[in-house]
Design a protein around this ligand. Structure first.
Ligand code: ADP
Ligand code: ZN
Length: 216
């Protein structure tokens, strides 16, 4: 870990899907490599878009190696003592332990760059991302293009068989295609027949989200 200027800090790259979070994380990691920093990249094992979770991949085709993890606390054991920069992608799928891990790294002079979407398909805060935004030195919230109106998109629209998914929609939708779109607040639709959510719904929503890429 760096013994020069105190580089230790947490940077969050957040926003809706398709907003370019992975692209931006890749860009920062590449620049750190050019600056001869030693870099390690982790990502949630749940993200399977474009193949196995051993690569960090963006929609524009860029990619680098990444170490898949199941829980934030694994980072402490996997990070090399000489690492200067740690990147973490799809951080919304990780547990709260990732917040402690980021603080631990930043306090040890590591520059930590995390990327993840801050809202689930309901528009509610997603996993540890809100807390990470609070403890970060730098937060960038990116926007995509709303596929409905062409305006700036900030919301993740979940569709099941082409229809907006209600909050309690079954997670594994046998025989149906589940897709996600970037939409603005006005075009975002979550039919709300009732606001009853169970722990099971939420856990399953995370799993369903993680497998979304199969339908992109
Ligand atoms: P994220 O990690 O935020 O999901 P990526 O970095 O993987 O985003 O991909 C961003 C790229 O996705 C954009 O540069 C663009 O080429 C493409 N893209 C596809 N759909 C959209 C959209 N609705 N709005 C903006 N970019 C989009
Ligand atoms: Zn819109």
């Amino acid at each position: 870990m760096s013994h020069g200027a105190h580089d230790g800090r947490v940077e969050v790259i957040s926003g809706v899907m398709f907003s370019g979070k992975s692209e931006e994380l890749l860009r920062r990691v590449r620049r750190a490599t050019i600056a001869r920093k030693r870099v390690q990249v982790f990502k949630s094992h749940l993200d399977r878009r474009f193949g196995p979770p051993t690569r960090l991949v963006s929609h524009d085709g860029g990619e680098i190696d990444a170490v898949p993890i199941r829980a934030g606390r694994e980072i402490r054991h996997l990070v090399n003592p000489e690492t200067d920069v740690v990147g973490i992608d799809e951080v919304q799928f990780l547990d709260d332990g990732v917040v402690d891990a980021c603080q631990w790294l930043a306090n040890r002079r590591v520059r930590v760059i995390v990327a993840g979407t801050d809202m689930d398909f309901r528009g509610d805060p997603f996993g540890p991302v809100g807390e990470l935004m609070a403890i970060a030195e730098v937060v960038d919230k990116l926007q995509a293009i709303c596929v409905q109106c062409g305006g700036p998109a900030t919301r993740n629209q979940r569709l099941i068989d082409g229809e907006p998914a209600p909050p309690e929609a079954p997670l594994i939708h046998v025989g149906g295609a589940e897709t996600y779109e970037a939409r603005c607040r006005r075009c975002h639709e979550v039919p709300r027949p009732g606001r009853h959510q169970t722990e099971l719904d939420i856990a399953g929503a995370v799993e369903a989200w993680a497998t979304r890429s199969r339908f992109w």
